[in-house]
Design a binder for this molecule. Structure first.
Ligand SMILES: *Cc1c(COP(=O)(O)O)cnc(C)c1O
Length: 375
C-alpha cells in the first residue's frame, strides 16, 4: 500500500499525537459536568479555565475575553450578528471571505443590514478605498479575514483595524488560517474581535473560540444555562476545549519553527512554476501564509486532477465548489480576476509541521504527469 500524502491542511489537520493522548487520558478517567460542585466537576471546570488562559495567551488577549464555540463558523456567525443590535446597521467585509462570513452577511442583508463588500486586487489584497470614503459613524462592524484559506494572501490587519476605528466601527478578523502561522497580538494590532478554530491547528474538530474585547458588550449566542458567562449555554465540550488549549500552548514553538514550512512551500512553488507549463501562482507571492501553495493550471479540470492525485494517495483541494454537478469557480478566484482558461484548473496544496520534502518530491513528480494526462 502506498503511503498517504496529506496536503490539505488548510481544510483540516491531523490531531497532534501528544494532544490526543493527553485528552483521551483525561476523558477516560474523568467525565464530570463542569457545572457540578463535586471533585470531577471542579476538575473539568479547571481544565476549561486553564484552556481559556492558553487560548488568550496565544493571541495576546485576556481570558475573560475568550468564549468557546463549536468552531470558526459559529464564532463568525456570532460576531456578525451583533450588527443587528447596533443602531447603525451596516457591515463592511470583503469579497474574499470564507462562506461562514459571506453567508452570514447575506442573511444580515435580508434583515435590514446594509452590507458593503470591499474589492481585492489581483493578489487578493483588500482595497480599502470604499471604506475610506464612508462617513465616520456610518458602519458598525468591519470584518476582514487575517489570511485567505484558498490563496493564502495575508491582509494588513493593523492598518484595516485603524481605518475601521477611524470610522467608529468595531474591527473583527477571521484568523482561522492565521493562527499558529502568524504571530497574532490583538492588542498590538487593534483587533476588537477574532475567530479561531481547533481543527486547523492540530486540535479537535467541533471546537473554536471567539475573542471579543471586554470593552464590547455582546449578546448571547445560545440561551440556556450559565456556561461561558451566560453568553453561550450548553454543557461544555471539555475534551475539545482541552485540545484547543493544548494546541494554543504549542503555538509559540510552531511559529518559531515556521521557516521549515515556508521553505517547503517555496521549494514546492518554485518547482511547480519551473517544471510545469501553463500554470500561475494565485495569491500574493510575499504576503502569503506559510503553509499554502495555490495554483491555477491552464486548460485543466481541477476535479479530475484531484481524483487522479487521490488515486496516487495524495490529498489536495480544488479551489472550486462542485454545485449540483456543474463546477462553479470559487468566489475568491473570481474576485482576484483569474482568466477563463485558468479558473477551472485551481489546485491548493497546504502543508503542516508533519509535511516532508520527500512527500513534496513525490507529489511534484506525480502532479507533472497528471497535469499532462488531463490536458
Ligand atoms: C475552516 C475555516 C472556517 C471554519 O471553521 P470551522 O471550525 O470548520 O467551523 C472559517 N474561516 C476560515 C478562514 C476557515 O479556513
Amino acid at each position: 500500500m502506498k503511503n498517504k500524502i496529506y496536503l490539505d491542511n488548510a481544510s483540516t489537520t491531523k490531531i497532534d499525537d501528544d494532544i490526543l493522548d493527553k485528552v483521551i487520558d483525561y476523558i477516560r478517567q474523568s467525565y464530570g459536568n463542569p457545572s457540578s460542585l463535586y471533585k470531577d466537576g471542579k476538575e473539568a471546570k479547571k481544565i476549561i479555565e486553564n484552556a481559556r488562559i492558553q487560548v488568550a495567551k496565544a493571541i495576546g488577549a485576556k481570558e475573560n475575553e475568550i468564549y468557546f464555540t463549536s468552531g470558526g463558523t459559529e464564532a463568525d456567525n456570532w460576531i456578525l450578528k451583533q450588527v443587528l443590535n447596533s443602531e447603525k446597521k451596516a457591515l463592511v467585509t470583503s469579497k474574499l471571505e470564507h462562506h461562514a462570513i459571506l453567508n452570514t452577511a447575506e442573511f444580515l442583508s435580508k434583515n435590514g443590514v446594509s452590507v458593503k463588500y470591499l474589492d481585492v486586487d489581483k493578489n487578493g489584497k483588500v482595497l480599502s478605498d470604499k471604506l475610506e470614503k464612508m462617513n465616520s459613524g456610518e458602519v458598525s462592524l468591519v470584518s476582514i479575514m487575517y489570511s485567505n484559506n484558498e490563496i493564502g494572501t495575508i491582509q494588513d490587519i493593523k492598518k484595516l483595524a485603524e481605518l475601521a476605528h477611524e470610522k467608529g466601527a468595531i474591527f473583527h478578523t477571521d484568523a482561522v488560517q492565521a493562527l499558529g502561522k502568524i504571530d497574532i497580538d490583538v492588542k498590538r494590532d487593534g483587533i476588537d474581535a477574532l475567530s479561531l478554530s481547533g481543527h486547523k491547528i492540530h486540535a479537535f474538530k467541533g471546537i473554536g473560540a471567539l475573542y471579543v474585547s471586554d470593552k464590547i458588550k455582546i449578546t448571547p449566542q445560545i440561551f440556556g444555562g450559565e456556561q461561558e458567562r451566560g453568553k453561550r449555554a450548553s454543557t461544555e465540550n471539555v475534551g475539545g476545549i482541552m485540545s484547543l488549549g493544548l494546541a494554543c500552548e504549542k503555538i509559540n514553538d510552531e511559529i518559531e519553527n515556521i521557516d521549515k514550512i515556508i521553505n517547503l512551500r517555496d521549494y514546492f512553488i518554485k518547482n511547480v512554476l519551473e517544471n510545469i507549463d501553463g500554470v500561475i501562482l494565485t495569491g500574493d507571492r510575499v504576503d502569503r501564509i506559510a503553509n499554502i501553495a495555490s495554483f491555477c493550471f491552464k486548460d485543466v479540470d481541477s476535479s479530475l486532477a484531484l481524483i487522479l492525485l487521490d488515486k496516487e494517495g495524495i490529498s489536495v483541494s480544488a479551489g472550486s465548489a462542485c454545485m449540483s454537478g456543474s463546477i462553479e469557480p470559487s468566489h475568491v478566484l473570481q474576485a482576484i480576476g483569474v482568466g477563463n482558461e485558468y479558473i477551472k484548473g485551481s489546485l491548493r496544496f497546504s502543508f503542516s509541521k508533519y509535511t516532508t520534502k520527500e512527500e513534496l518530491d513525490i507529489t511534484l513528480e506525480t502532479l507533472k504527469k497528471i497535469i499532462q494526462k488531463v490536458r
